[in-house]
Write a protein that binds this ligand. Structure first.
Ligand SMILES: Nc1ncnc2c1ncn2[C@@H]1O[C@H](COP(=O)(O)OP(=O)(O)O)[C@@H](O)[C@H]1O
Ligand SMILES: Cc1cn([C@H]2C[C@H](O)[C@@H](COP(=O)(O)OP(=O)(O)O)O2)c(=O)[nH]c1=O
Length: 215
């Protein structure tokens, strides 16, 4: 049997947009197609990267330090988890990747995009090209609605306790990234869970990544 090609798929959006609510169903959908799935997240996905995640999410730091730690975590994650899974022909479902760095550290914190691009080149270099997701599901939700959904849902971390203006900038950062790269699919997250899932499923079917079967 010929080995299937690896598929790198990421989920993006501001905190509270609804990514985590759909990642399990996405995994089930691909498994129902006979695919092996590696479900992972950033920052994180390896013991070292999870240690860095705790630092990033709990300690105050300047934006360059934050960016360096995020990319250090990403490098370990790529080398230890993402690249090997793709080489085995698996589906890698990753909750956030580099678009989050451009949105949060770049647009949100106002850090220099050129420095982020340089770090991206260093960390994601792959056979003369850049490792990038094949598809990015961007859960787009007004920051006020995301804040309402998060209120009382969980204890806010360092980013989640930022004011709504911060998330407005992050959302603009995502919109700019989405406008520049055809791998983005905008999901209107301001809908019921069922309607959001229907958009996710339709996007995958439309691109021939899954058949029309229900998980
Ligand atoms: N379509 C939806 N409508 C209303 N609430 C939702 C919807 N999707 C998710 N939620 C709720 O909103 C909160 C944030 O969702 P979550 O999936 O954790 O977001 P994220 O992973 O993007 O931060 C959770 O309490 C979740 O139950
Ligand atoms: C990947 C990444 C995440 N982040 C932030 C966004 C989120 O607020 C936080 C963790 O993401 P996430 O796992 O979505 O948080 P939660 O488990 O609370 O749903 O890290 C960055 O600032 N830069 C990055 O490059």
């Amino acid at each position: 049997m010929t080995q299937q090609q690896g598929l790198f798929l990421t989920l993006e959006g501001i905190d509270g947009a609804g990514k985590s609510s759909h990642i399990e169903a996405l995994e089930a959908l691909f498994k129902a197609q006979g695919r092996v799935v590696t479900r992972t997240r950033e920052p994180g996905g390896t013991p070292l990267a999870e240690t860095l995640r705790t630092m990033i999410l709990t300690q105050a730091m300047d934006p360059l330090t934050e960016s360096l730690l995020v990319f250090a975590a990403r490098r370990d994650h790529i080398v230890q988890v993402i690249e090997p899974a793709l080489a085995r022909g698996e589906v890698v479902l990753c909750d956030r990747f580099t678009d989050a760095t451009f949105a949060y550290q770049g647009a949100g914190r106002g850090f220099d995009n050129a420095v982020l691009s340089t770090l991206e080149q260093w960390v994601q270099a792959r056979d003369g090209a850049l490792l990038q997701p094949a598809l990015t599901l961007w859960f787009d939700l007004p920051p006020e609605t995301a804040a309402e959904r998060l209120a009382g849902a969980r204890l806010p971390d360092k980013f989640e306790s930022q004011p709504v203006e911060f998330f407005r900038r992050v959302a603009e950062g995502y919109a700019a990234r989405a406008a520049a790269a055809p791998r983005f699919v905008r999901i209107d997250a301001n809908r019921s869970r069922e309607q959001v899932w229907a958009q996710v499923e339709a996007a995958l079917v439309q691109r021939g990544l899954v058949g029309g079967v229900k998980p």
